[in-house]
Design a protein around this ligand. Structure first.
Ligand SMILES: [Zn+2]
Length: 283
């Protein structure tokens, strides 16, 4: 199956009200692990990469690895750049064929963010790529991006201006979720999610997807969260996978057994989320 665009994956999810997991993969083990999971669960999939990971590997290496792995997959898979505050980095990914980017101008003034987002949308359209937008910072630092606390909420009219006038494809709404592990149960603004979807008809992105209850996932997906970002959970599964295997097998030196075990853990974690998000069987 050829690599899919973000709208090819999210439009259907939005219409049928299921969520597509977007995993922040960090390497070949995790990328292949979640693709395998998607194939086994017959689920669409979003491979998402943080700026930190792009800087580690390079945009072209990630893209080539993705094309090799996703191009052979039996389900639709797309490649997305997560929270990117630097237009240059976003452009460098789009130039080598990434499918979509989140231009995160939430640290800029509204007007600057608006301007930059509009330019990135225009740039991306030359490559048939799409843009996710963000106005109010989601709470919690993730891979060196973001701030500890949620940004100041804007009047909804301002958010709607941004959503409608920049030409973004999907939107990261400030609804009380946060990156990292939740120290206390978050207060979710379901009403805001509902108002945004009703006023725009645009698919929304759930940031801070790790560690929410099934009920929260289900309600937000029913309201229109068609993409559910999972970063922290993947990192935890990955690190725990190495630790557990090495503790259990202290004299085992076969790297393929080690990374195979870690990859199986990542695959199992992803499959569990496809079931919860309702994307299982949708591809
Ligand atoms: Zn995020």
């Amino acid at each position: 199956m050829p690599v899919a665009s973000l709208p090819e994956i999210m439009d259907r999810a939005f219409r049928k009200r299921y969520g597509v997991a977007a995993f922040n993969t960090v390497d070949d083990i995790t990328m292949h692990g979640v693709i395998k999971a998607a194939e086994q669960s017959k689920s669409p999939l979003i491979i998402q990469i943080s700026v930190k990971t792009v800087k580690f590997w390079g945009a072209k290496v990630v893209k080539d690895m993705f094309t090799e792995m996703a191009g052979r997959a039996t389900v639709p898979v797309t490649l997305h750049l997560d929270h990117c505050p630097d237009p240059q980095v976003a452009r460098s990914c789009l130039e080598v064929g990434w499918n979509s980017v989140l231009f995160d101008g939430s640290g800029l003034s509204f007007d600057e963010n608006f301007q930059h987002t509009r330019e990135i949308v225009k740039f991306a359209s030359q490559f048939g790529a799409s843009v996710e937008g963000e106005v109010v910072a989601v709470a919690g630092v993730e891979d060196g991006m973001g701030s500890e606390s949620e940004g100041d909420l804007l009047p909804i009219e301002r958010e709607l201006d941004f959503i409608k006038e920049t030409g973004i494809y999907c939107y990261a709404p400030p609804i009380g979720t946060a990156h990292g592990f939740y120290k206390a149960a978050p207060t979710i603004r379901y009403d805001r999610m509902q108002q945004l979807v009703e006023a725009t008809g645009m698919p929304m992105v759930l940031h801070g997807g790790t560690g929410l209850t099934h009920d929260v996932y289900t309600r937000l997906i029913a309201l229109g969260a068609a993409k559910v970002n999972i970063s922290t959970q993947l990192k935890k599964t990955y690190a725990d996978g190495f630790r557990t295997y090495l503790e259990k097998n202290p004299s085992q030196y076969d790297p393929l057994k080690l990374i195979g075990a870690v990859q199986n853990d990542v695959t199992a974690m992803a499959r569990g989320l496809f079931t919860i998000f309702g994307s299982e069987g949708q591809a």
